[in-house]
Design a binder for this molecule. Structure first.
Ligand SMILES: Cc1cc2nc3c(=O)[nH]c(=O)nc-3n(C[C@H](O)[C@H](O)[C@H](O)COP(=O)(O)OP(=O)(O)OC[C@H]3O[C@@H](n4cnc5c(N)ncnc54)[C@H](O)[C@@H]3O)c2cc1C
Ligand SMILES: NC(=O)c1ccc[n+]([C@@H]2O[C@H](COP(=O)([O-])OP(=O)(O)OC[C@H]3O[C@@H](n4cnc5c(N)ncnc54)[C@H](O)[C@@H]3O)[C@@H](O)[C@H]2O)c1
Length: 467
């Protein structure tokens, strides 16, 4: 029976364990903070739960346009209740995963693990775990999977104090809403929290090191969000890098590289993450990392050491829960000698949970514009969609990208309140190499936002016929 030791119980680790359990492997998962990992306990699940509460206020704010007069100012935000719900849901999700693992026969160990390769080059690998009571326990495995995730990046001169200078993991301890929240970093994490706090009525200033919010995302989509945030009073400070963040009593000031400063009641640092790889004794075991500390893996999750695999955020491939889980499954299938397809990032769908949501799949507009992929493209604003009109939606669009000759769909973007759901038909098309003709001939419900996907596809088909 193959012995698999997994370090880290996030999506990469627990999905790998579940996949391996189906093959009857002997599996041990060692985790320091709780099954479900940072994904379930601190990052993805809590932030999306928090955003679900703020979304209620969004609906209240919009209700007046549809003839229902609810005053946003009258809505009482009970922050402790929202935070308790976030915590309860995260722990419940963690408990669900834990009981599923146990029922599948996976052994769970609560502790902090390091590689403990006593003899480099042999086929058995060793992992040493320090348990909560300080004792240590060694685990030998034919296969080791490192799935230790990542942690918020801390700037040396912006040390979080958990009260006024915060990482996103500390937000749920606040007892009152910030009066004026300054968010440093305009990536996905920053954008989602800027959205959430403005929806709760908080004044927000966003400090972006680039010329816009979401510098790595589809530009048209980012501009729609920027416009929506500006309408809600968000101040965007562009081309600004925070060098230092200083607290003075009840105020906090972010000092920017150009000498200017932004002061608020709280500062939220969303300046990226660093991989949890520094203390794993990787070098001693011969596992290669890049200069950012990310473990180097190939497309089937192998590291530089035979028998040692890595998956998820600690590899820096694409920091998404879905990708982490896929990398983890691929690692164990490969290790167990099963047929496995190498991971393909061109088919990954992801979403940004702002209002409107932004969802993407496949090849990006940027790559097409740069000439990396020949493609025909269409962008269809939702303004003409009947369902959008009925719901009072003013913003949003659907984009489809397809191969010029064959019409095979290679990517797409959806910007809509529920874009995270709307993207699935495009993800299905990209994954299964469907054509715009296939999409165009599919019945969509009338009236529906997904009708814009079939309509956009029809526009590309028409174009196809003219070629
Ligand atoms: C604010 C935020 C929101 C996000 N929202 C989304 C989203 O909506 N959708 C999405 O797809 N992705 C989202 N992500 C990304 C997603 O959370 C990560 O991609 C995912 O957590 C990666 O999973 P993982 O298994 O690699 O690591 P993690 O979830 O970080 O789990 C790793 C686990 O390993 C443990 N560990 C670390 N070192 C050791 C050690 N030495 N010994 C034992 N255990 C150890 C950690 O404590 C942790 O429990 C979000 C990220 C952030 C920051
Ligand atoms: N909904 C989701 O799926 C979701 C949500 C959050 C995060 N994530 C994942 O996590 C990844 C990381 O996202 P992120 O936003 O946490 O990190 P990021 O690294 O993508 O963005 C951080 C931003 O902060 C900026 N920055 C860095 N130092 C700065 C400084 N001193 N002053 C001002 N700005 C500074 C960077 O230029 C960058 O734009 C995403 O790419 C995504 O894969 C996913």
């Amino acid at each position: 029976m193959t012995r698999i030791v997994i370090i880290g119980g996030g999506p990469a680790g627990y999905e790998a364990a579940l996949a391996a359990a189906a093959y009857g492997a002997d599996i041990t998962v060692i985790d320091s903070d709780g099954i479900g990992g940072a994904c379930v306990l601190w990052d993805c699940v809590p932030s999306k739960t928090f955003i679900a509460s703020t979304g209620i206020r969004t609906e209240v704010r919009r209700a007046v346009d549809l003839g229902i007069n609810l005053k946003t100012d009258d809505t009482l935000v009970t922050l402790p209740q929202i935070h308790q719900r976030v915590r309860d849901l995260a722990f419940a999700q963690s408990a669900d995963i834990k009981s599923r693992l146990v029922s599948e026969g996976v052994k769970l160990v609560s502790g902090t693990a390091v590689l403990d390769e006593t003899q480099v080059g042999v086929s058995t690998h060793s992992v040493l775990a320090t348990l909560a009571d300080g004792s240590t326990q060694r685990f030998d495995g034919d296969v080791v999977l490192i799935a230790t995730g990542a942690s918020p990046r801390i700037l040396p001169d912006a040390q979080p104090d958990g009260e006024r200078i915060l990482t996103w993991r500390q937000l749920y301890d606040l007892e009152e809403l910030p009066e004026h929240l300054v968010v440093i970093g305009s990536g996905v994490t920053g954008a989602e929290f800027v959205h959430a706090y403005t929806e709760l009525g908080v004044k927000v200033t966003l400090v972006s090191s680039r010329d816009r919010v979401l510098p790595h995302e589809d530009e048209d989509a980012a501009l729609v969000l920027e416009d929506a945030l500006a309408e809600r009073g968000v101040e965007l400070v562009k081309h600004a890098r925070a060098d230092k963040v200083v607290r003075d009593g009840d105020t906090v000031t972010a000092h920017l590289a150009d000498g200017s400063a932004v002061t608020g009641s709280h500062v939220l640092m969303t300046v990226g993450s660093i991989p949890n790889t520094a203390n794993l004794e990787l070098e001693r075991a011969g596992v290669e990392v890049d200069k950012g500390g990310y473990i180097q893996v190939d497309r089937v999750s192998r590291t530089s050491v035979p028998g040692i695999y890595a998956a998820g955020d600690c590899t820096g491939l694409l920091p998404l829960a879905s990708v982490a889980a896929m990398q983890g499954r691929i690692a164990v299938y490969h290790a167990l000698g099963e047929g496995v397809s190498p991971i393909k990032l061109k088919t990954v769908a992801s979403a940004i949970f702002t209002r409107p949501e932004i969802a993407t799949v496949g090849v990006s507009q940027k790559a097409i514009d740069a000439g990396e992929y020949p493609a025909r493209t269409v962008m269809l604003p939702l303004a003409t969609n009947p369902r959008a009109k009925m719901s009072g939606l003013r913003r949003g669009f659907v984009k489809i990208f397809c191969r010029p000759a064959t019409g095979v769909v290679i990517g797409g973007v959806a910007v809509a309140p529920n874009a995270s759901e709307l993207i699935l038909p495009l993800a299905l098309a990209v994954q299964n190499k469907l054509t715009v003709g296939d999409l165009a001939q599919t019945f969509s419900v009338y009236p529906s936002l997904s009708g814009s996907i079939t309509e956009a596809a029809r526009q590309l088909v028409r174009h196809d016929d003219l070629d």
